[in-house]
Design a protein. Sequence first.
Length: 85
Amino acid sequence: MNYTYILKCRDGSFYTGWTNDIEKRMQAHNAGKGAKYTKSRRPVKLVYYEEHETKNEAMKREYAIKHMTRQEKERLIKKELSIYR
């Protein structure tokens, strides 16, 4: 399985990425080895993710999310959180 995810950084900013192992990727981000952007913004918290069958689908979705406004990302995250309440 492949995942597209959004992290909330210590400074309140969002980081979007993709992976095929979400737990390992989260550990890497919080160890300072995940991405240059998150390295100085630790700790990071996983606030949203989607599952995709292929790497290509996950990467396309990452690209789409990265081009969303902050407000659009917040709505996406809020919508996901309301499903679990």
